[in-house]
Ligand binder design. Structure first.
Ligand code: FAD
Length: 466
């Protein structure tokens, strides 16, 4: 028997149920990755994520080669590619791990039904603690509020321990031909990516390393996670997105660490709860697939967002709003492909509330520039901040970027790191460069007046929430 193992957002060998079960059951394994042009599938990535994917596929191929196998790369509609491979290799089985965006779910369902007459198709959960349909309210409806969702999830427990790496990947004498990685054209032609990637190590090994580097600091997570100048969080998000590590592995290793370091209990429970937020985003996306493009709260379908916002959007994207914490965040994003969570909330609040730019425009920019861009978490994060999603921050919570800056970056360390124009400013001035300092020629004036725009947003949101 020969099995095709179709790898997608599970770019690892350990705790990979599709690979593990295929290796146990079949005499020959053909690991493949398909660059499928389906909209919103893994191939429809933003520029930063494409770069990450390039390196992640390279790392996966090296791991497979170390086991005597290799990755076969193909381009084209997945069903056609699979049919072609079945015909040319005589494969009798196909194994994959599920991907949960609505377009991929529909595609995979169709593929399963179409191919079941010619081979056995097996699919598994590899990227969530539990399936999005497993934890429901007592009346079998989905949760829309995080805390009861997470309580129910903890009660339900994680059903399986992470699986080990297969001991051996049985490889046929001839693997099918593969496209060279460069043929997927994931790297940009003008090579802006080298500086960005200098901030990261990619692949399964690096993902586990990132987790283990974080755990000894886990006791301080509760406080440090809000300070963007610190490396207080795990920076696991791109690894989790591409499945270089599974959330089950992350939770399992955290529990192991806790068993030996009970003092880290409160910090690390909080960390696992954040993984729960990721899980909640997937739960919502699965049960409310329209949220890919529209607010979960249908009262926002006709919200009077600004319509002429190109100029302000551009200033926000470029980190030229005149609010240091916002500009630092937007420049961190541009340069590293990642932004601290606290700052993501602050920049999203300014864009959607003070500037009344539709959340979709911000979501799109994040999708293009984040290495961890993830449909479920991104849509959820934007709708949460804009106040139009599930478990929304109360609509009257409008982050004040100056107060947030003073509270979470008190010494201006984060601001100075990303905004060279403000390097000479003292700890007070750095948050309010134009109010306290001499006129700054090379740093813009604030893009909006905070008090008035806050009142305007409050009035509009109050109206809609009635
Ligand atoms: P840690 O604090 O170490 O947390 C560990 C893991 O938990 C993260 O890797 C992530 O998988 C998960 N997690 C943590 N916070 C959240 C959260 N608020 N929502 C969902 N999952 C969370 N995260 C993405 O992975 N992709 C996105 O596209 C994305 N877009 C966002 C957009 C907005 C407007 C906001 C406010 C948040 C967004 N987030 C997104 C969530 C969060 O900012 C990142 O997951 C986090 O900053 C990643 O850093 P970390 O791995 O160091 O997190």
């Amino acid at each position: 028997t020969t099995a095709i193992v179709w790898l997608r957002q599970d770019l690892r060998l350990a705790d990979n149920p599709a690979l593990y079960h295929a290796c146990r059951k079949c005499a020959h394994i053909i690991p493949i990755f398909i660059d499928d042009p389906l909209p919103t599938s893994i191939s429809q990535l933003g520029a930063a994520s494409k770069v990450w994917l390039h390196h992640s596929l390279q790392a996966l191929d090296s791991s497979l080669q170390a086991q005597g196998s290799r990755l076969t790369l193909r381009h084209g509609a997945a069903l056609d590619v699979l049919r072609d491979l079945i015909a040319s290799t005589g494969a009798t089985h196909i194994y994959w791990n599920r991907v949960y965006d609505p377009a991929s779910l529909a595609r995979d369902k169709h593929i399963k039904e179409t191919l079941k007459s010619v081979c056995e198709v097996h699919s598994f959960n590899a990227s969530l603690l539990n399936e999005p349909w497993e934890v429901l309210k007592a009346d079998d409806t989905p949760y829309k509020v995080f805390t009861p969702f997470w309580k129910a999830m903890l009660k339900y427990g994680i059903q399986h321990l992470p699986l080990p790496m297969p001991e051996h990947i049985p490889t046929p004498a001839n693997l099918p031909e593969s496209l060279p990685l460069n043929a997927l054209k994931l790297l940009p032609t003008i090579r802006w990516d080298t500086d960005m990637m200098a901030h990261w190590q990619v692949g399964e090994h690096a993902a586990m390393q990132a987790l283990h580097n974080f755990l000894p600091n886990g006791a301080a997570y509760k406080d440090d996670r809000n300070l963007p100048a610190q490396q207080g969080t795990a920076r696991l998000s791109p690894h989790l997105h591409f499945g270089e590590i599974s959330p089950r592995q992350a939770v399992y290793h955290t529990e192991q660490y806790l068993a030996e370091h009970p003092a880290a209990e409160s910090g690390l429970r909080h960390f696992m709860q954040e993984i729960g937020w990721r899980e909640f985003g997937y739960h919502l996306l699965y049960h409310f697939p329209h949220t890919v493009a529209q607010a979960l709260d249908s009262r926002f379908d006709h919200f009077p967002w600004a319509d002429d916002y190109d100029a302000v959007l551009q200033r926000w994207q470029r980190g030229q709003t005149g609010f240091p914490i916002i500009d630092a965040g937007m420049r961190e994003l541009w340069q590293t492909g990642w932004m601290h969570n606290r700052v993501r909330m602050i920049v999203a609040s300014l864009l959607t509330k003070n500037l009344l730019v539709p959340w979709q425009a911000g979501e799109q920019w994040f999708r293009d520039t984040l290495v961890d861009a993830d449909l479920a978490s991104n849509v959820f994060g934007w709708q949460w901040t804009a106040g139009c999603g599930a478990d929304a921050a109360p609509y009257f919570r409008i982050f004040n970027p100056i107060l947030q800056s003073q509270k979470f970056d008190p010494d201006g360390e984060y601001i100075r790191r990303w905004i060279p124009e403000l390097q000479g400013r003292d700890n007070k001035q750095v948050h309010l460069p134009h109010e306290l300092g001499d006129g700054l020629r090379d740093y813009p004036l604030p893009i909006v007046e905070l008090g008035g725009s806050r009142e305007r947003a409050l009035a509009m949101f109050t109206q809609i929430k009635k």
